[in-house]
Ligand binder design. Structure first.
Ligand code: RAT
Ligand code: ZN
Length: 421
C-alpha cells in the first residue's frame, strides 16, 4: 500500500494525517465583525477588547453584584479590570468565552500562568495594528475574512463613500438589518441619501431600494447580502420585510449572482440593560427557507440558525436544495459541545457539502481561539468519520483528506459564490 494511502491497517497514521490537515489548512472565515485597516478604530484588538467582549459582559453580570448602570459608567479599562477580577480571579474561567481569552493570549506567546493583566496590556501597547493583523492572521492560519458591512452605520459609511482602498485579506458582506427589520425607521434614511422611496413601498420605491442595494453591492464588491432575523421570521407574508426580500433583495442578489444569507433566531434586546450583551435566542421556523429555495431556484441562499432545536431541520432542508448552503455554529452555539453535535450531524446528513464554522469575531485576536477550538472539534469529527470509512474496507488518501478539508474550511464557500443556477 503506498505511504499516503490509509486503510484499517494503519489507522494511527490516518488520524495523524487528519489532525495535521485540519490544523494546517488555511481558512476563509465567512462571517466576522472585523474590519480592514482603512476602517481605523472600527477594528478592535487587544486584551481590553477581549475582556469586554459582550459574551463576557453577560457572564460578568451573573457573577457580580455590580449594578448594570455602574458598569456602564466605567471606561474600557475599568470594565476590563472588573471582568478580569470577577470572571478570572474570583472564580475559574471555565466558560468558553473566558477560556477563549486565555487561548488567544497563549497563542500570542503571553504567559497565561502569570495572570498579569498589566503585562498583557504592555505587550499590546508595543504593537502596531498592521503588525498585529499580520501576526494574528498568520498564527490562526486565516487566508481571508469576510467583514459585516452596514451602510446604515454612521462610522462605517463614510469610509466607503470616501473611496475605500481594499485589502485582499478582507472581503465585504452587505448587511441590511435596518432595511429589512425596521423599514419604518430606515426608509427616511434612504430618502435623505437621494432614493425616492415611500413608507408604503410603491413600485417606484421598490425600484429605488433595488438601486440602493445595487449601489452598495458594487461599492463594497460585496460577496453576499446578509441579515439577522428574529425567531418569528416568516415567508410568504404580508409585511414590508417580505416585500423587500422578494421584490428587492432577491432580484439584486440574482443580478449579481451573489447569495442572500439569513441568520435566524435572534431575539434582540431580551434584557436591554445589558446593551449588546442583552440579546437572546428563540426557536425559528424553516418554512421561510424552504419557501425561498423552492420559489427562487435561481437565487442562492446561505443560512444559519441560532437555536439548537432548528439544526436538524436545517440539514434536512439543505438536502433538498442545492441553492442552500448552511454555515457556522452561531453565537450561543459556538461552544465545544454544540459545535461537535452540529458538525457530526451535518457531516452525517450532508457529507462535506456545508460550511462547518465561522468565527463571528468582533475582536481581531478572537480568531486565534475561535479557530483553534473549532479546528480541534472538526478534526475529531473527521477522524471518527474517516475511521468509520476505512472500517468498511474503503481506502483514503492524504490528497483526499486535503481536498475534503479545504472544501470545508473555505472551498465550499468560494465554489458556492461561483455557482451559476
Ligand atoms: O455574535 C455576535 O457577536 C452577535 O452580537 C451578533 O453580531 C451576530 O453575530 C450578528 O451578526 O448579528
Ligand atoms: Zn455576527
Amino acid at each position: 500500500m503506498p505511504k499516503d494511502t490509509f486503510t484499517r491497517e494503519n489507522k494511527a497514521a490516518l488520524l495523524d494525517a487528519v489532525n495535521r490537515t485540519v490544523t494546517e489548512t488555511a481558512v476563509t472565515d465567512i462571517h466576522t465583525h472585523l474590519y480592514a485597516p482603512p476602517f481605523g478604530e472600527l477594528l478592535l484588538s487587544g486584551v481590553d477588547e477581549l475582556l469586554t467582549y459582550h459574551y463576557l459582559i453577560a457572564e460578568f453580570f451573573r457573577a457580580s453584584d455590580m449594578p448594570c448602570e455602574a458598569f456602564w459608567t466605567l471606561d474600557k479599562t475599568g470594565r476590563a479590570d472588573a471582568i478580569w477580577q470577577v470572571l478570572f480571579i474570583e472564580q475559574s474561567p471555565l466558560g468558553e468565552a473566558c477560556r477563549g481569552v486565555l487561548t488567544a493570549l497563549d497563542a500570542l506567546g503571553l504567559d497565561v500562568a502569570s495572570r498579569d493583566l498589566a503585562a498583557y496590556r504592555a505587550w499590546y501597547a508595543d504593537r502596531t495594528p498592521e503588525g498585529l493583523i499580520d501576526t494574528v492572521l498568520e498564527t490562526a492560519r486565516l487566508q481571508s475574512v469576510v467583514m459585516t458591512n452596514d451602510p446604515f452605520d454612521d462610522l462605517e459609511r463614510p469610509v466607503w463613500e470616501e473611496g475605500y482602498a481594499g485589502d485582499p485579506r478582507f472581503h465585504a458582506a452587505l448587511r441590511i438589518d435596518p432595511l429589512l427589520n425596521d423599514w419604518a425607521g430606515s426608509h427616511g434614511k434612504l430618502q435623505a441619501w437621494g432614493y425616492d422611496v415611500d413608507a408604503a413601498l410603491s413600485g417606484k420605491a421598490r425600484a429605488e431600494v433595488r438601486r440602493f442595494l445595487d449601489d452598495w453591492v458594487r461599492r463594497m464588491k460585496a460577496l453576499y447580502l446578509a441579515v439577522s432575523l428574529p425567531p418569528e421570521f416568516m415567508l410568504p407574508e404580508d409585511s414590508a420585510r417580505a416585500t423587500l426580500i422578494e421584490s428587492c433583495v432577491l432580484p439584486v442578489a440574482r443580478d449579481h449572482n451573489i447569495p442572500y444569507a439569513m441568520m435566524v433566531g435572534v431575539s434582540r434586546g431580551l434584557n436591554p440593560a445589558l446593551r449588546l450583551a442583552g440579546d437572546g435566542v428563540g426557536q425559528g421556523s424553516l418554512a421561510p427557507i424552504s419557501y425561498l429555495c423552492a420559489t427562487y431556484p435561481k437565487n442562492k441562499f446561505m443560512t444559519t440558525y441560532l437555536a439548537r432545536e432548528n439544526q436538524h431541520e436545517l440539514c434536512v432542508v439543505a438536502r433538498k436544495f442545492r441553492n442552500l448552503l448552511p454555515f457556522g455554529c452561531w453565537w450561543f452555539l459556538n461552544n465545544p459541545s454544540l459545535i461537535e453535535e452540529m458538525t457530526r450531524m451535518r457531516i452525517e446528513l450532508l457529507g462535506p457539502s456545508m460550511i462547518p464554522q465561522h468565527s463571528d469575531a468582533r475582536v481581531l485576536d478572537q480568531v486565534l481561539y475561535k479557530w483553534a477550538h473549532s479546528r480541534r472539534i472538526i478534526a475529531r469529527v473527521l477522524c471518527d468519520k474517516y475511521s468509520d470509512l476505512v472500517d468498511t474496507g474503503w481506502t483514503v488518501t492524504r490528497a483526499e483528506i486535503t481536498r475534503d478539508t479545504e472544501a470545508l474550511l473555505g472551498g465550499n464557500f468560494w465554489r458556492f459564490l461561483e455557482l451559476g443556477l
